[in-house]
Ligand binder design. Sequence first.
Ligand code: ATP
Ligand code: MG
Length: 173
Amino acid sequence: MRRSAIPLKRRTMPTDIPLVIENLSFRYRDREGAAIHGISFKARRGEILLIAGASGCGKTTLIRCINGLIPRSYKGEMEGRALVFGEETKTWPLSRISQKIGTVLQDPERQILGTKVLNEVAFGLENLGLPRAEIFERVDEALNFLKIHHINCQKIYRFQTILRIILTSVIFS
Ligand SMILES: Nc1ncnc2c1ncn2[C@@H]1O[C@H](COP(=O)(O)OP(=O)(O)OP(=O)(O)O)[C@@H](O)[C@H]1O
Ligand SMILES: [Mg+2]
């Protein structure tokens, strides 16, 4: 039997790839046609992938298949697979999904719950039940990375939309 020329160590295993979408289709149960049909792609570690298209083409539906809202909150027929590090997220409890996948909504106002920057960034980590010291450490790390540590004690409502979007993204870091 002929073996692959790629040394074992350098082969990319399916479990190393953060996101693999395989022939994914979904039809909402109250709709006749599929919202997304036969989508396949991979997102590798460190890649930033932009998915763009006309209103109604299925971007949000695709995200719902990845973050587990489909099939939990939106019912219908799903075909194909959404794999995160080689596993289908639809089999994961939400508590596990939330540690790997973050979703930034179109309207950041709907996603901000805290008053101060620090509290907001800490919120997700608190929900994971992490020790207090680790929460502070990770919040500091995220805010320093984004060079916004100096505003950690300020009230969120003072900031413009763009900063609120950045902030919502930090929550998932
Ligand atoms: N909850 C739902 N129930 C039934 N049909 C839905 C639901 N959400 C979306 N759809 C339908 O699925 C299709 C894809 O919609 P989706 O919201 O995924 O598109 P989108 O690309 O995110 O659009 P937009 O750019 O406007 O956000 C559309 O035909 C839409 O009407
Ligand atoms: Mg959308």
